[in-house]
Design a protein around this ligand. Structure first.
Ligand code: AMP
Length: 304
């Protein structure tokens, strides 16, 4: 099994209290692919401009990410500039330059169209809808989004909700989309508009998965040093979807494990800038942190 991801392939300039990076590899599809590639094969669709350092993507290819759906267009690459102050949970967007992204129409290569697992990364919801017209019978379609699109493309986003099985978004986005302050109500609002499963990420406070009438909660790994939170959400999604695609099992037990795998991958990416840590860690590191997560939440429910 493999997973198809469509999303932004960006150059990020990020400032955190611990340092800065300029024009580093970023974008929703990039983080997703780097993370998911630890679990399954990845097919990536996106666009880069003529200024993109393509050779830096070889590391992803070496990890089994198929870049044949990555279009190279004349013009400037998508660029995002953001800053985190001491509250590392919320990014302040300083600049979004769409560049070649503004004329991008995703073209799913023939060999990707039968993908069973599809992740519509954070891009214009009109493009996310476009992708769904080009794939045949996926088993699971998941999407992500952000405030930028909730504000500018709300109607398209609501149309998209009706066509996806699962959505991942952070708590502020869930509140903004649903116009509900309470997260349980926000999740119910979202589910009433389509997705059967809603994953709400809360940064250093973990993630909730709402599925049917049940809720599952995974804490975030208590890291002593968080270097740069950019990409945590997409890396979470990559681990989550990568795990599901690898095992091809959508039972509740498997979805719960997928949330933990997502949390593990998110906990790695924030330990460095860009995708550096995702390229460094190996299967043993992932297994070890899975076990630590297990210990973190294990307790005896029997009262003496
Ligand atoms: P996250 O996982 O939520 O931290 O996502 C971070 C990534 O989102 C960064 O690498 C950015 O390049 C990308 N990004 C920021 N704004 C947008 C946008 N409006 N559309 C698509 N991708 C974006």
């Amino acid at each position: 099994m493999s997973v198809l991801v469509v999303g932004s392939v960006a150059l990020d300039s990020v400032e955190t209290p611990f340092g800065r990076a300029d024009d580093a590899l970023g974008g929703s599809a990039t983080y997703f692919a780097a993370s998911a590639s630890h679990h399954t094969r990845v097919q990536l669709v996106g666009v880069i401009g003529s200024d993109y350092p393509v050779d830096k993507l070889h590391d992803l290819e070496a990890r089994g990410v198929d870049l044949s759906g990555l279009e190279r267009a004349e013009g400037e690459s998508f660029r995002w500039r953001g800053r985190y102050r001491h509250d590392l949970n919320s990014a302040e967007t300083l600049e979004t330059r769409l560049g070649v992204f503004s004329h991008f129409r995703p073209k799913i290569p023939d060999q990707f169209r039968s993908a069973r697992y599809v992740f519509l990364g954070n891009i214009d919801p009109r493009l996310q809808l476009d992708v769904l017209e080009q794939v045949t019978k996926p088993k699971l379609v998941a999407c992500d989004t952000m405030n930028f699109w909730i504000e500018s493309r709300r109607d398209d986003l609501v149309r998209l909700l009706a066509r996806v099985d699962l959505i991942t978004l952070n708590d502020a986005e869930a509140r903004q989309l649903s116009e509900e302050a309470n997260l349980v109500k926000a999740a119910k609002w979202i589910m009433a508009h389509g997705p059967k499963t809603v994953v709400i990420k809360k940064g250093e406070h973990g993630a909730f998965m709402f599925h049917a009438d049940r809720v599952f909660y995974a804490p975030a790994y208590p890291l002593e040093e968080v270097f740069d939170p950019t990409g945590a959400g997409d890396s979470f999604a990559g681990g989550f979807m990568g795990y599901l695609a690898r095992n091809d099992d959508l039972s509740e037990a498997s979805l719960r494990r997928a949330v933990i795998v997502g949390s593990v991958m998110g906990s790695f990416v924030v330990e460095g800038f860009s995708i550096a840590r995702l390229l460094e860690v190996n299967g043993d590191d992932i297994a070890r942190r899975m076990a630590e997560f297990h210990r973190l939440v294990a307790f005896d429910a029997e009262l003496p």
